[in-house]
Design a protein around this ligand. Structure first.
Ligand SMILES: Nc1nc2c(c(=O)[nH]1)N[C@H]1C(S)=C(S)[C@@H](COP(=O)(O)OP(=O)(O)OC[C@H]3O[C@@H](n4cnc5c(=O)[nH]c(N)nc54)[C@H](O)[C@@H]3O)O[C@H]1N2
Ligand SMILES: Nc1nc2c(c(=O)[nH]1)N[C@H]1C(S)=C(S)[C@@H](COP(=O)(O)OP(=O)(O)OC[C@H]3O[C@@H](n4cnc5c(=O)[nH]c(N)nc54)[C@H](O)[C@@H]3O)O[C@H]1N2
Ligand code: SF4
Ligand SMILES: [Mo]
Length: 748
């Protein structure tokens, strides 16, 4: 059968089978091709779509277990209004009309008495809310404040995105052939000789529209790996070079590798000369980072640094697949700058098998990772009120610009620069997961007069702080789109539960009520068709085709395809990739235009006294197979697979503290403590421990002070808010100190 003849839907025995895309909820960063097997209104099983390019039928346990999530008895099915006090978990079922009436009243009050900027909308990570919630914020509420759910320093992808926005003027990702329907078999593609995987564990996390199994496919064709990770991950165990660095020292390592590459003349001189700005200043800066010094800082042996640097530079094409660990240190932006400089000075820019420049497929605003939909409608004086906009000019850059989360927190606490009157949380669970310093965030939310949570399940955050809870549809209950990055994909609704609405429907309904001029569409499908108008298809047509690939071109900078004026070059002030960031000078707020290294706030070097008391370096939150952050803890199969929070400790360290595999232990530092279960394993070095994030216990008591046991194993009792880098981005989620000791019997 040719691809055009493939059916979108068919009957198979007692099932209707639908071929479509799965995204959120429950949360995921990807949109893999799935086959939904439904019987009436029931999702019975999910299989991978073998004919879906680049997913080829490969599914994670989280997709295979979707029926358990979707039909779970704890799903929220009706709008709920709080009765009694916050934290009592007492709710009254109300109609959607009553919910919308209440929202309209509260929004109009806030707009009139405090200005629209007193309404702050918050989202969690990369789901199909990043297009639609900005539209709600800017067009319906007319507020400039779209934010993450108190994610300190917005330390997830946004630091890297903003850095690329100012350094390159565009967005770069690794080329794993995903821009072609034929994938790595495309004649235009080249297999990278080397992939450097930096602070990322994509086999488990499949982050940001990237699939870990793409790397495995490339390894089968000969690609060699360098892995920069303190732990021996699956990929590290198969790498030619594994650099197990001390958490938070990434920029020193990248600067040290550049020292080797530049001083040994291994750069791409022609590319540097023609397309980059500031090489001579960078060359001077890297002289401060000879491999001996870098080995001391990073705990990676000097020879390994030299050999890995040579191997990366001498492999062409080569690419870098980077991850979250870069953002999760206060100076994450400079680490990103140093790493992006590595691919720039070796000329691996927008080349086959290198780090290519991408934009969301067909610029579809609703479906991509970008968050600007509706921003242009706001007058300049309203935009200027965005929290953090003035203090942190880097927050204007990038494709996912948000309000500064830590300053939003301070505004909730202090009413400055102005009061926050409404928090609208659509797809985030800050106190269990997204925010650091969880108790502080809990208390701050209670100061806000009206909070709305839009979610699939009741969460610790909702019980603690919400006044209204709206039930939202899961992915198989949702008509939606995906354009992060390519191809453009349709998401089809195959079942419906209770009175749930989709994120798009909720925003659309509220927009129609509050500001109909900016929501001119007849219904959500009409709006979806408008969003993909550049593809020339209606939503219904796309749904039958499932996906469509826009044309992709390499070396767009040479062809005049990047700048608004159509000239060759990059969309930056100098028209070149800026190794020296001229914007940092222009803004005049004290940002270093060159990459630098700064010690973590608490570390063996910066706080030696503290290190005596807390003699282990703590990194947190490396992804696990069946959980997506704080989600899925309700699913019996997921809990069977991964019943407890796990803290990884090296056998030598465990011995030193009398800890056995499987013991409940306390992880503690001067900010707080929590309990997790020890996994004694050689994959982690002896001076480092790793604690899991996102843990709460849906089976435990909901009401305060328990909040489903959210304070028992929560690693974000040990992390801090408002310790950001100078750009405002970055927070110390993965760079703390701690001590560990055996907990009393019983566990949690
Ligand atoms: N210590 C530590 N903390 C961390 C991290 C770490 O590495 N270490 N990682 C951080 C990172 S990178 C991130 S991005 C944050 C993530 O933080 P969040 O995105 O807030 O995490 P989730 O637990 O997935 O919470 C999302 C909520 O949204 C709901 N939901 C899921 N899908 C949908 C949907 O489609 N629509 C709606 N309306 N709701 C939905 C879920 O049921 C859940 O209650 O956590 C951060 N927290
Ligand atoms: N199953 C599942 N998938 C997910 C998620 C989930 O919760 N569950 N969350 C999604 C989200 S929001 C994100 S942001 C992505 C994140 O996905 P990734 O980018 O893969 O991030 P992590 O798994 O947090 O960490 C990756 C690796 O960094 C290492 N590491 C820790 N500290 C450091 C350090 O200081 N430097 C370096 N170089 N490495 C360090 C860890 O050992 C770990 O192996 O995953 C997404 N995908
Ligand atoms: S990455 Fe995994 S959970 Fe997410 S859509 Fe793909 S198969 Fe499903
Ligand atoms: Mo994230």
């Amino acid at each position: 059968m040719t691809k055009d003849q493939r059916p979108f839907q068919w009957e198979e025995g007692e099932f209707t089978v639908t071929r479509t895309t799965r995204w959120s909820g429950p949360g995921c960063h990807d949109g893999c091709g799935v086959l939904y097997y439904t019987k009436g209104n029931k999702l019975v099983k999910v299989e991978g779509d073998k004919e879906s390019p680049f997913y080829n039928g490969r599914l994670c346990p989280r997709c295979l277990n979707l029926p358990e999530a979707v039909h779970h008895r704890d799903r929220l099915l009706y709008p709920l209004k709080r009765i009694g006090k916050r934290g009592e978990n007492r709710w009254e079922r109300i109609s959607w009309d009553d919910a919308y009436d209440l929202i309209e009243t509260k929004v109009r009050e806030a707009q009139k008495d405090y200005g629209p900027e007193s309404i702050v909308c918050m989202v969690g990570t990369g789901r199909n809310v990043w297009g639609i919630v900005p539209k709600l914020t800017y067009s319906a509420f007319e507020s400039p404040n779209f934010a993450t759910g108190f994610l300190s320093g917005d330390a997830c992808y946004l630091p890297r995105a903003a850095l690329m926005g100012t350094m390159t003027g565009d967005f770069q990702i690794i080329d794993a052939g995903q821009v072609y329907e034929e994938g790595i078999d495309s004649p235009r593609y080249q297999i990278p000789k080397c992939i450097m995987i930096w602070g990322n564990n994509p086999i488990v996390s499949n982050p940001d529209g990237f699939m870990g199994h793409w790397i495995v496919d490339l390894m089968k064709r000969g690609t060699k790996l360098i892995v920069v990770d303190p732990r021996v991950t699956w990929l590290a165990s198969r790498a030619d070079y594994h650099l197990p660095l001390r958490p938070g020292t990434d920029s020193a390592l990248a600067l040290g590798m550049m020292n080797v590459i530049i001083n040994e003349g291994l750069c791409d001189a022609e590319f540097i000369d023609k397309w980059t700005y500031g090489f001579s200043q960078l060359k001077e800066r890297v002289q401060q980072f000879p491999p001996e010094r870098v080995a001391e800082i990073t705990w990676v042996p000097k020879d390994k640094i030299i050999q890995a640097a040579r191997f990366y530079a001498l492999s062409k094409p080569a690419s870098i697949q980077w991850g979250l660990a870069i953002d999760m240190a206060p100076d994450g932006v400079t680490a990103a700058h140093a790493i992006a400089s590595l691919w720039t000075i070796t000329g691996n820019v927008d080349n086959p098998g290198g780090n290519i420049i991408v934009r969301g497929a067909y610029n579809a605003p609703i479906a991509s990772a970008a968050s600007g939909w509706g921003w242009d409608e706001l007058p300049e004086d309203v935009r200027a009120k965005r929290i953090g906009y003035k203090e942190y000019p880097l927050y204007k850059m990038g494709f996912c610009a948000t309000s500064h989360a830590d300053t939003v927190l301070k505004a909730c606490e202090s009413g400055k620069p102005y009061p926050v009157r409404i928090l609208w949380l659509q797809s985030t669970n800050p106190i269990a997961n997204m925010a650091s310093e969880a108790k502080r965030v809990h208390d701050a939310m209670l100061k806000v007069p009206f909070n709305v949570v839009v979610d699939l399940f009741m969460t610790p955050t909702a019980v603690a702080a919400a006044d209204l809870v709206l039930p939202v549809a899961s992915s198989p209950e949702r008509d939606s789109l995906r354009a992060w990055w390519t191809p453009l994909r349709s998401i089809s609704k195959v079942i419906s539960m209770g009175e749930v609405k989709t994120d798009e429907e909720i925003v659309f309904d509220i927009g129609k009520r509050l500001n109909p001029k900016q929501f001119p569409w007849e219904d959500v499908k009409d709006m979806l068709t408008w969003c993909i108008r550049e593809s020339g298809l209606t939503f219904g047509e796309l749904e039958k085709r499932i996906y469509i690939y826009p044309e992709f071109q390499y070396e767009k900078y040479a062809k005049g395809l990047l700048r608004p004026d159509g000239k060759p070059g990059f969309n930056t002030p100098t028209g070149r990739i800026e190794l020296y960031l001229t914007n940092f000078d222009n803004w005049n707020v004290g940002l270093d235009p060159l990459p630098y290294y700064k010690e973590p706030i608490e570390s063996p070097v910066s706080t030696p006294e503290l290190y005596k008391e807390y003699p282990l370096v703590l990194t947190t939150g490396a992804r696990s197979w069946v959980y997506f952050h704080s989600e899925n803890r309700q699913q019996p199969s997921a809990r069977e697979f991964h019943p407890y929070p796990v803290v990884q400790i090296n056998p030598e360290t465990a011995d030193r503290y009398g800890i056995q595999n499987g013991d409940w232990i306390w992880i503690e530092n001067r900010h707080g403590k929590c309990r997790q279960k020890a996994e004694v394993t050689p994959i982690i070095p002896s001076k480092i421990v790793h604690g899991e994030h996102g843990w709460w216990y849906p089976e435990k008591k909901a009401e305060e002070p328990s909040l489903y046991g959210v304070w028992e194993s929560n690693i974000n009792l040990l992390t801090t808010q408002c310790d950001n880098g100078p750009s405002g981005y970055g927070g110390p989620y993965k760079t703390q100190l701690c001590k560990i000791y055996k907990a009393e019997e019983g566990g949690v």
